[in-house]
Design a protein around this ligand. Structure first.
Ligand SMILES: *[C@@H]1O[C@H](CO)[C@@H](O)[C@H](O)[C@H]1NC(C)=O
Ligand SMILES: *[C@@H]1O[C@H](CO)[C@@H](O)[C@H](O)[C@H]1NC(C)=O
Ligand SMILES: *[C@@H]1O[C@H](CO)[C@@H](O)[C@H](O)[C@H]1NC(C)=O
Ligand SMILES: *[C@@H]1O[C@H](CO)[C@@H](O)[C@H](O)[C@H]1NC(C)=O
Ligand SMILES: *[C@@H]1O[C@H](CO)[C@@H](O)[C@H](O)[C@H]1NC(C)=O
Ligand SMILES: *[C@@H]1O[C@H](CO)[C@@H](O)[C@H](O)[C@H]1NC(C)=O
Length: 373
């Protein structure tokens, strides 16, 4: 056959694959922190000398779906699992497991990961303990190292990443937590936002320059509604610091500021890379919506700010009996709770968010929307 014809058929079939069926991704690669970690933290923590204690490798983690702990921080599947299911892809495995077939995707996210490199927090004495070296740029390095294995089986099309969906985030929650925990003021935490957002934006650009086209960038959840943060900061209960839902206003203002800066920066990136499809995923509104939803008997959900799994206290979060530790127990029906363990969410919450990112209204554009306009 004529080589030109072969090449044009090849080219057309690639083009066809990319543009005519936008609802089809052949792989999923995820960078992020504990919200989408499928087990990397457990592996990384065990390798530290001395090992970092971990509780989420024990029951009742995984009680709703897998039936055993997988290293995911939930009672079952997490957002990225529901996205993988939508596209018929396997549920992602942790990259640190070194699985041999990475062609359909792998998860690089690690609990505790920051957008800014960890030595920043150590050098500036914002944390008093050794951090795992798991920041966004480190995860990108892992992805780039793995690229030859990912692309091995995919010769022909314009880059093996063209039909892959990438997640960059959530990032930022840990960055801001470290600064808040160091006793900084709201203004000081706010001043940290531009550099966090810039690091996320630079990571998205690095992916696009490496051939990525479809990149989903989640914003921050309303961390001021987290049972853990509410408990740890309850001693700071000052008039006006709680909003009408009982969440911490200052913490949520930082999250909202982060989200609007990130959303604006993504708007600018779309102008710079018109061939790419960069999606902003709202992680804030879906949580607020769930927190405000009436419970099964149609009443205001008085338990909205309580964790399903914990060791007691106003928000069912207890530092001496964290979910997974002796003394902590899980609620009977996690699907009626927003928060699973005080920081992370229940499978039901994650399913709701994933639906909103796939179909709208919580992603711009929704993952399943048609491309090209
Ligand atoms: C994965 O590979 C790395 C580098 O090749 C190695 O250091 C590590 O021990 C491996 N991990 C597992 C879980 O086998
Ligand atoms: C983290 O890992 C990266 C990439 O391997 C390395 O360049 C960096 O020096 C490490 N940072 C720390 C604080 O260990
Ligand atoms: C804050 O403190 C006031 C007075 O001590 C108390 O009535 C209120 O319930 C507290 N609010 C929260 C959300 O804990
Ligand atoms: C993101 O910015 C666009 C304008 O560029 C706006 O229409 C949209 O509402 C914003 N989304 C969020 C979640 O803030
Ligand atoms: C709904 O919440 C109300 C209080 O707000 C409570 O009395 C009731 O038992 C709850 N119902 C269910 C099914 O959780
Ligand atoms: C927190 O957990 C410890 C250890 O199980 C327990 O002794 C304590 O009573 C708990 N605190 C609350 C407020 O439930």
């Amino acid at each position: 056959m004529d080589l030109t014809l072969v090449l044009s058929i090849l080219f057309l079939s690639c083009l066809h694959g990319v543009s005519s069926d936008p609802r089809y991704f052949t792989s999923l690669f995820t960078l992020g922190d504990s919200y989408i970690d499928a087990g990397n933290f457990v592996i990384m923590a065990a390798r530290m000398v001395p090992p970092v204690p971990v509780w989420h490798d024990k029951p009742p983690y995984g009680m709703t779906f897998f039936g055993y702990p997988t290293g995911r921080l939930s009672d079952g599947r997490i957002i990225t699992d529901f996205i993988a299911e939508q596209f018929g892809l396997p549920l992602l495995q942790a990259s640190l497991l070194n699985i041999s077939d990475v062609s359909k995707g792998v998860d690089f996210a690690v609990g505790g990961a920051t957008a800014i490199d960890v030595d920043f927090y150590e050098r500036n004495k914002l944390v008093q303990f050794k951090l795992l070296n798991n920041s966004l740029s480190v995860q990108l390095g892992w992805l780039e190292e793995l690229k030859p294995s990912i692309c091995k089986a995919k010769k022909g099309c314009r880059g093996c990443f063209s039909k892959a969906l990438f997640f960059v985030g959530e990032f930022g929650v840990n960055d801001y937590n470290f600064v808040w925990s160091a006793g900084k003021t709201e203004d000081e935490v706010m001043s940290h936002v531009p550099i966090v957002v810039e690091n996320i934006v630079r990571a998205v650009e690095r992916l696009i320059n490496g051939g990525a086209i479809h990149v989903l960038v989640p914003g921050n959840p309303p961390n001021g509604c987290s049972p853990t943060i509410l408990t740890l900061r309850s001693s700071l209960n000052q008039t006006g610091n709680y909003d009408y839902m009982g969440c911490l206003s200052d913490i949520n203002r930082v999250a909202m500021h982060h989200n609007s800066m990130l959303n604006a920066s993504i708007g600018a990136l779309r102008g710079k890379y018109p061939h790419a499809r960069i999606m902003f995923a709202d992680f804030y509104e879906p949580i607020i919506t769930l927190l405000q939803s009436p419970n099964q008997s149609g009443d205001v959900n008085a338990d909205a700010l309580r964790a399903c799994c914990g060791g007691g206290g106003e928000y069912n979060w207890n530092a001496s009996a964290i979910c997974g530790m002796p003394g902590a127990t899980a609620c009977n029906d996690p699907s009626t709770f927003v928060s699973w363990d005080g920081v992370h969410y229940t499978e039901a919450t994650y399913r709701y968010i994933a639906e909103g990112w796939l179909h709208g209204p919580f992603a711009d554009p929704p993952i399943l929307s048609e491309m090209g306009h």
